[in-house]
Design a protein around this ligand. Structure first.
Ligand code: UDX
Length: 461
């Protein structure tokens, strides 16, 4: 790297940790900052506060190019670039809560050094927030007028579970700024990514045919809008697949065949057309409601997004309807739930479809036995309000159950010896909400989403 820079990354969630590891891997000197002393202590011991495959290995390769601190006063003055990657969790109104961002921006501003420093926002924030951060800096930075500061929006598109792959080999790099200097510095910072001239880590090899990301330089507010519009589009693409899947069940067509058939049209694309129990996770729900609520602020209705959200809610109820179709009253029935996090390869429970399924099963008086390869300890802390027992393995969860719901397509679930396992059930009913089981069961009933040969579940109001 011809010009290593000093970088501070504020916030050690998925986005912050991924950004810090990536830039240190490229050869920059990176300090990860979090106000949570517990998290910083963990990171200093080489432990990760989140589960993300391969991230620990990549960090270990960075040596002392990657440091951790809680101290703004020590970290900020020497930095060339400061990334703000704090959480923006949803408020009841649907708008994101910007209090962590405001606090981080103030603390950064107080310690700016008076030389040209670039403050980059990576947190997902409503359009216009970059300007607000710039105003906070203006207000809190010492001797603001004499100095030059620059606010850039650099949204993140990584998926949990494949965060490293997505960060190392992105489709695009979006840099939004209202004056060229900040963006120019980021182009330098990201040169190894743009040129793809870094040595690919052994555990995350460069995919065949991948060349480089497209650099999309925009205004501050366009960059902010790109992040929301991208997530909203992906969410509505999934909702569209789910809506078509419901019709497939009624007309005896198969959503898997249909998705392949339409997805091979490059204008549509194969990805994010998998029908299931509805999308979850920390982004899609939050970002669709934030866009809808931004629309409301301006008196602008967004019917397509509202429909995508409504279809998603219906899809979560469909899981229960499918159980009722076969088991009728669920009172006293024993239901195994495989997969608690919102998707495989993560322990993130935010907006997980499994949560709603367990809550509804609780209401209906069913007994729930749940399993997740990595999310059970987190669920013990965060899902105390739900009633379920933990199974020590997927196979154990099935013993004596009246039905099993496969909620996430973890490899260890899809590759389980299903035919043996279902024989230990009281009734071998398998609800595969991910359409992930490829083999026919030798005994019992396999119910999937939008597949041929199934009678549709009743529509719930
Ligand atoms: C998403 C975006 O993909 C990412 O670009 C953005 O930065 C953050 O939000 P993430 O929430 O980590 O990433 O997960 P993702 O893999 O996109 O899945 C989101 C949800 O959609 C999951 O519940 C998943 O099961 C569901 N999904 C995804 C489907 O139901 N069908 C699909 O075809 C794809």
């Amino acid at each position: 790297l011809h010009a290593p820079m000093k970088v501070v990354v504020v916030g050690t969630g998925y986005v912050g940790l991924g950004t810090a590891a990536l830039l240190a891997y490229f050869g920059h000197q990176v300090t990860g900052l979090d106000i949570d002393q517990g998290k910083v202590d963990m990171l200093r011991r080489g432990e990760l506060p989140i589960y993300e495959p391969g991230l620990g290995e990549l960090m270990a390769e960075c040596g002392d190019r990657l440091q951790w601190t809680t101290d703004y006063a020590a970290a900020i003055p020497g930095a060339d670039v400061i990334f703000i990657c704090v959480g923006t969790p949803p408020l009841p109104s649907g708008q994101p809560d910007l209090r962590y961002l405001a606090a981080a921006a103030q603390d950064v501003a107080r310690h700016l050094n008076g030389k040209m420093q670039v403050v980059v926002n990576k947190s997902t924030v409503p359009v216009g927030t970059g300007d607000w951060v710039a105003r906070i800096i203006e207000e809190y930075a010492p001797d603001y007028k004499e100095h030059q500061y620059n606010v850039v929006s650099n949204p993140e598109f990584l998926r949990e579970g494949t965060a490293l792959f997505d960060s190392l080999y992105p489709d695009r790099l979006v840099l939004g700024g209202n004056d060229g200097a900040g963006v120019a510095r980021l182009l330098e910072l990201y040169a190894p990514l743009i040129e793809q001239d870094f040595q690919a880590p052994a555990h995350v090899p460069r995919p065949e045919g991948y060349t480089r990301p497209e650099v999309v330089a925009t205004s501050l507010s366009s960059a902010e809008m790109i992040k929301y519009a991208a997530n909203a589009f992906l969410a509505l693409k999934i909702s569209f697949a789910n809506e078509i899947a419901g019709l497939c069940e009624r007309v005896d067509a198969d959503i898997e065949e249909v998705a392949r058939g339409i997805g091979s049209d490059a204008r549509i694309g194969r990805q994010f057309l998998s029908a299931g129990a509805g999308w979850g996770g920390s982004c899609f729900g939050k970002d669709t409601s934030a866009l809808i609520s931004t629309g409301e602020e301006y008196g602008y209705d967004m019917p397509i997004l509202r429909a995508a959200v409504a279809v998603n809610q219906g899809q979560r109820q469909l899981v229960i309807a499918k159980l009722q179709k076969h088991l009728h009253r669920l009172q006293g029935k024993r239901v195994a739930v495989l997969g608690m996090a919102f998707k495989p390869n993560t322990d993130d429970l935010r907006d997980a479809p499994a949560h709603d399924a367990i809550a509804r099963l609780n209401e209906l008086g069913a007994t729930v036995v749940a399993h997740d390869p990595v999310a059970m300890p987190r669920a013990r802390r965060e899902w105390g309000h739900l009633n379920y027992t933990e199974a020590e393995s997927a196979e154990h969860a099935l013993i004596g159950a009246d039905a099993v719901i496969l909620m996430t397509e973890w490899k260890q679930y899809t590759e389980m010896e299903w035919n043996g396992a279902v024989r230990t059930m009281r009734q071998p009913l398998v609800i595969d909400t991910r359409n992930a089981l490829r083999c026919a069961l030798s005994t019992g009933t396999l119910e999937q989403i939008g597949r041929r040969g199934q009678t549709p579940a009743p529509v719930l109001g």
